[in-house]
Design a protein. Structure first.
Length: 505
């Protein structure tokens, strides 16, 4: 059963990042602009974010096993539609369908594990599930690049067919049938709540995904989406708290452990997805790594995460998870500071160590965070709790990427201005450097009339590269500070569950 639900969650997680490396190929095949093809990623993320909090209510209505299998079958079918899409609008629509059907897989998988596995085995169970969640984002680009280069971009979607069918067969064989729910027929769909949630979260996610591309609030569309989200989400919260059968059970937030753990999960999402976004850009733009080198750079950290997760799962029951959580946050802050010290003259091997440190400390936070956040929840609140917990981690990633991108741009502009101020024509070091660059240009065979301009362009590129290096260092340190600021949230988390969860689901 653990393998079944973890494999289902892995399919959804990989598809979050597998398309990133294929966007240029899709752009060429569809004849689209880069902004247009970006909707292949954005549409999927928005649909997933909207669906995660709705998964608990749909599961209560139709049954955990039935809903999980329905999501699997629908996700696999939508993947085939993505692969067969003849045009970009069709592909975007298929990706929306894929996100809507796949969005329930992760929270439902985790809820099934917490409801059915005894507390004594929760450590190793959540470790196995955690391997999927942590390795998936790094595995996606690697697998996507291999499939795209070897077979074509459509195979990043077709690959889901055999694994999707296998997971469905495993689910039919090993997931216990749903217990009869006498109230299921009397449950009414909260259509107003669903619409408000879809509009509010969908608009918020669109702002986070597209804001940087369209210069944030300088664009009228971004301002409109932000206003729509700012109005819809408070109305959604008001409606759900007064609705007798809400689409999302917000009253589950009465549990202190869920509130504290979910807030910490948002910071963890910033660190997990934010650094996965930052490191490839840093490696390629500043250190000059190729795409293949960048993919291999992330792989050891992912493998170490899986190994440490497996080892930690065996001893987690003998260690206070809150101690691990605090130690992981401190370790992550140290790893980010280590990354901030990387320079242009740093050897390739030196990048592996801080990234492996990041992988180890992420595991030290992820596994105990799941246990102390969801472990104390009563069985009836487990579905809504896992949905909210996973939503905050995903939103934390979106907030993190958007926030870090803004900080990076601002710091790079500042550092470039500061560096340019010191480049005066009377500076002998500048004159010496320009002479070296002019000699380099002449060696390349450029005509004498263009030597000065080419040398100045090379100097400008070097200044920009140095400014980017300093900006990346600032951003890595910001991530480290965020984890230090999140340490007090550990005090809000609960302890272990005191009794085993029920056996049904």
């Amino acid at each position: 059963m653990v393998i079944t639900v973890s494999l289902g969650a892995l399919l959804e997680i990989i598809d979050t990042s597998i398309t990133n490396v294929a966007l240029t190929h899709i752009q060429a095949a569809m004849g689209a602009t880069l902004a247009e093809v970006g909707w292949v990623v954005t549409s999927y993320t928005i649909a997933t974010v909207v669906m995660i909090p709705l998964s608990a209510g749909l599961s209560d209505r139709f049954g955990s096993r039935a809903y999980f299998l329905f999501c699997l079958i629908g996700f696999t079918a939508a993947s085939m539609l993505c692969g067969l899409a003849p045009s970009l609008p069709t592909l975007v629509l298929a990706r929306i369908l894929q996100g809507l059907l796949g969005g329930g897989l992760i929270p439902k998988a985790q809820a099934i594990l917490f409801r059915t596995i005894p507390n004594a085995l929760q450590g190793i169970t959540q470790a196995a599930f955690g391997v999927v969640v942590l390795v998936g984002p790094a595995l996606g680009p690697t697998l996507g690049g291999w499939l795209t280069d070897g077979l074509g971009w459509r195979w990043i979607f077709f690959i889901n067919l055999p694994f999707g069918l296998l997971t469905v067969l495993l689910g039919l064989a090993f997931l216990a049938p749903d217990s009869p729910n006498p109230n299921s027929r009397r449950l009414q769909m909260d259509w107003l709540g669903i619409v408000l949630l879809a509009v509010g979260l969908g608009s918020l996610q669109a702002v986070l995904e597209l804001g940087h591309q369209y210069l944030w609030f300088e664009d009228a569309t971004i301002r409109g989406l932000a206003l729509l989200s700012a109005v819809s989400l408070p109305v959604f919260i008001w409606w759900e708290l007064r609705c007798r059968q809400p689409a999302v059970a917000l009253r589950v937030l009465r549990h202190r452990s869920l509130v504290g753990g979910s807030l910490f999960a948002m910071v963890l999402g910033m660190g997990l997805y934010g650094t996965v976004f930052l490191v490839p850009v840093f490696a390629q733009t500043v250190l000059g790594y190729t795409a293949t080198q960048t993919g291999m750079l992330l792989l050891p950290g992912a493998l170490v995460s899986g190994l440490v997760m497996a080892l930690l799962g065996k001893v987690i029951n003998r260690i206070d998870p809150r101690f691990l959580l605090a130690a992981g946050a401190l370790g992550m802050a140290a790893s980010m500071n280590w990354l901030a010290e990387i320079g242009t003259d740093t050897g390739v091997d030196s990048m592996y160590w801080p990234l492996m440190g990041r992988g180890i400390t992420t595991v030290m936070m992820f596994l105990p965070l799941s246990l102390v956040t969801l472990g104390p929840l009563p069985r009836e609140d487990m579905g809504a709790g896992t949905g909210f917990y996973n939503l905050t981690r995903l939103l934390g990633g979106s907030f993190g990427i958007a926030l870090l991108a803004v900080i990076f741009d601002q710091r790079r502009s500042l550092h470039r201005s500061n560096l340019v101020e010191h480049l005066t024509v009377t500076n002998p070091l500048l004159q010496e450097r320009l002479a070296q660059l002019q000699a380099l240009v002449l060696e390349r065979g450029e005509g004498p009339g263009r030597v000065a301009d080419q040398a100045l362009q090379l100097l400008s590129d070097q200044v920009g590269r140095q400014a980017s290096l300093l900006a990346f260092s600032d951003v890595f340190r910001v991530v480290g500070v965020l984890f230090l600021l999140a340490l007090p949230l550990v005090l809000l988390t609960g302890g272990r569950a005191k009794s085993a969860p029920g056996g049904g689901h």
